[in-house]
Design a protein around this ligand. Structure first.
Ligand code: FES
Length: 167
C-alpha cells in the first residue's frame, strides 16, 4: 500500500481529532490554561491572570461583586484590573488584605515605572522586579530605592463585594 507524502497516519489523525475536540469542549482559553505550564485553571470569575478592563463610570464609583471577582472574598485574594477612569486609565491591584480591609493600589512602580509583581499574600507586600522596591498592601514604601508610595484608591467592603472610588 502506497503512502502519500504529508498525509497523516490514522493514529496521528485520531490523536489530533481528539485534541481538537477536547479543545472545543473546554473552550480555547480554558484549554490553554490547562495545557500551559501545568497551572491549575482559575476558579470561575476574575483572577490575577485576567486583567479585566472596566468601563468608565461617571460617578467615579466602581463595584467589584464577589460573583464576578470571587478572589476578593478570601483574605489574600487579589485581582488585576484596568479601569478606564474619568482621569485616564488606571492599572490596579485590588487586594483583600484581611477580613475587613481591601486595598487598591496602582501596579506602576513609583521609582521608574515598572509593573510591580502581584500581591504576595505570605509577605503581605508587593515587590518591584526592576530594582527591588517593596510596598505594603496599602502602597506605602517598605524598601527603596523609591521613596514615593504607590497611588491608592479608597475601597469599601460589603457583603456582596467591593466598591472603589477612582477619580
Ligand atoms: Fe521599581 Fe525601580 S522601577 S524599583
Amino acid at each position: 500500500m502506497s503512502r502519500c507524502t504529508g498525509c497523516l497516519s490514522r493514529r496521528t489523525f485520531l490523536e489530533r481529532s481528539l485534541f481538537s475536540a477536547t479543545k472545543l469542549a473546554l473552550g480555547a482559553p480554558a484549554f490553554a490554561l490547562l495545557s500551559s505550564c501545568g497551572q491549575q485553571p482559575l476558579a470561575s470569575g476574575k483572577g490575577l491572570s485576567d486583567v479585566t478592563t472596566v468601563a468608565t463610570n461617571s460617578n467615579n464609583l466602581y463595584t467589584f461583586n464577589f460573583t464576578d471577582y470571587p478572589l476578593l472574598q478570601s483574605v489574600g485574594g487579589s485581582v488585576h484590573v484596568t479601569v478606564n477612569a474619568t482621569s485616564g486609565n488606571k492599572d490596579l491591584y485590588i487586594t483583600r488584605v484581611d477580613t475587613n480591609t481591601v486595598d487598591t493600589v496602582s501596579t506602576i512602580c513609583t521609582h521608574a515605572g515598572c509593573t510591580i509583581n502581584p500581591y504576595d499574600s505570605t509577605t503581605r507586600e508587593y515587590l518591584c522586579p526592576c530594582h527591588g522596591s517593596i510596598f505594603s498592601a496599602d502602597g506605602n514604601v517598605i524598601n527603596g530605592p523609591t521613596t514615593t508610595p504607590l497611588p491608592s484608591y479608597p475601597a469599601t467592603l460589603s457583603t456582596t463585594g467591593v466598591q472603589i472610588t477612582i477619580t
